[in-house]
Design a protein around this ligand. Structure first.
Ligand code: LMR
Length: 398
């Protein structure tokens, strides 16, 4: 049977790292997948994670299954991180959280839940969005459509077009919103714009699905939650897909969560019952190591303070790379205005390089970036690779 198979498509993000790994050039630069590198070009284990991990290992006494929705203390810690301790959503217990393998796992479980319980619903994605979104929902047999988001001329948000598009979404559909640090553009609504988005979505009876994978990498842990907070109105319904790959550096542990916010505690519990059925048919129950680390850090004031500081270090380094990159391009004589890079938030810069320029970067310079919008992972830039990177970009722009 396998002889008849054609080749599988190359993943537009993870496939680039596969190509990078084959490249013998010792000076190659990988700015494709969203993985943070420190000043030495290394993806470190957080100090808070190391400490939590040794505590977890010392205290662990069983490897029995977790429940389908994971660890209860972790679920609670995730809700407090998302909404704050005193939020009405938490005190009224109208949120229910399932631990999932990463943010992708949360999105896939959400997709299955939507397909099974709301088969008429379409999921609306921003144009552009993370390259995997449409595929995850297609795998769950959920139809997708797109709404306007990005103004390529201005390298900013096309807010008027966004609001108008949101108004056209039929009741009962789902709108996927990036909680912060929009992937791939790095362009987020302002807090005031979030209020307006929330008003439109609330009026329409459209279900927001917030993809929240970069909390803390934009303006700060609580600042990056302003969009989510704007959506959290009395009686609101929401889905939130969390990922802790980036903000805890736990990429390979696959740790995330799907949170259902319903109008009442009963409705949240019932919805979670269906979410658990989706989990059961996907992977039965989640792996435990990542959640043990995250809950240990979030529930211990000292570790939590360490973690906050580490997220800030990461954010500050990324922002300093943004400035260095803009200056570096200018110094190489690039005439095009790249100052927008310093205004974008999170890991990525939607550089506007064409597919041909992206190919030339790779073929001539062994610099690997994502084709869609010329997305560059700023968090992979270092002082060491900056000059070579800017030289390469200046060359392909000639
Ligand atoms: C990215 O966009 O690079 C990350 O979210 C990693 C991934 O899985 O694509």
């Amino acid at each position: 049977m396998f002889e008849t198979l054609g080749p599988a498509p190359v993943d537009p993000i993870l496939g680039i790292t596969e190509a990078y790994n084959q490249d013998p050039n010792p000076d190659k630069i990988n700015l494709s997948v969203g993985v943070y590198k420190d000043a030495n070009g290394h993806t470190p284990i957080f100090r808070s994670v190391k400490k939590a991990e040794s505590r977890v290992l010392a205290e662990a006494d069983s490897k029995s299954y977790l429940g389908m929705d994971g660890d209860a203390d972790y679920q609670k810690a995730v809700q407090v991180l998302l909404f704050g301790t005193n939020h009405e959503i938490v005190s009224a217990q109208r949120a229910a959280t399932a631990q999932t393998p990463g943010g992708t796992g949360a999105l896939r479980v959400a997709g299955d839940f939507i397909h099974q319980q709301f088969p008429q619903a379409t999921v609306w994605l921003s144009d552009p969005t993370w390259a995997n979104h449409a595929k995850v929902f297609a795998s769950a047999e959920v139809p997708v459509k797109t709404y306007s988001y990005f103004d390529a001329e201005a390298n900013g948000l096309d807010f008027e077009a966004l609001l108008e598009a949101l108004q056209q979404i039929p009741d009962g559909d789902v709108v996927l919103l990036h909680g912060c640090c929009h992937n791939p553009t790095g362009v987020d609504p302002t807090p005031e714009q979030w209020e307006q988005i929330s008003a439109v979505v609330g009026q329409k009876g459209v279900l927001p699905l917030v993809d929240f994978a970069y909390q803390g990498l934009g303006d700060g842990l609580s600042e990056d939650g302003r969009g989510l907070m704007a959506l959290c109105q009395p009686g609101c319904e929401l889905l939130v897909a969390s990922s802790f790959s980036k903000n805890f550096g736990l990429y390979q542990e696959r740790i995330g969560a799907l949170t259902v916010v319903a109008g009442s505690q009963d409705a949240a519990r019932t919805a979670m019952g269906h979410v658990k059925m989706s989990i059961r048919t996907n992977y039965s129950n989640p792996p435990a190591h990542g959640s043990s680390i995250v809950k240990t850090i979030l529930n211990d004031p000292d570790l939590r303070a360490d973690w906050d500081a580490e997220v800030k270090e990461m954010r500050d380094r990324i922002n300093s790379m943004r400035k260095l990159f803009v200056d570096g391009l200018e110094r190489k004589g690039v005439r095009r205005d790249f100052s927008f890079v310093a205004r974008q938030k999170g890991m990525f810069s939607y550089s506007g390089l064409t597919p041909e320029q992206v190919d030339a970067l790779r073929e001539k310079h062994s610099v690997y970036v994502v084709k869609n919008g010329g997305r560059i992972n700023v968090a992979g830039m270092t002082e060491q690779n900056m000059d070579r990177l800017c030289e390469a970009i200046a060359d392909v722009l000639k």
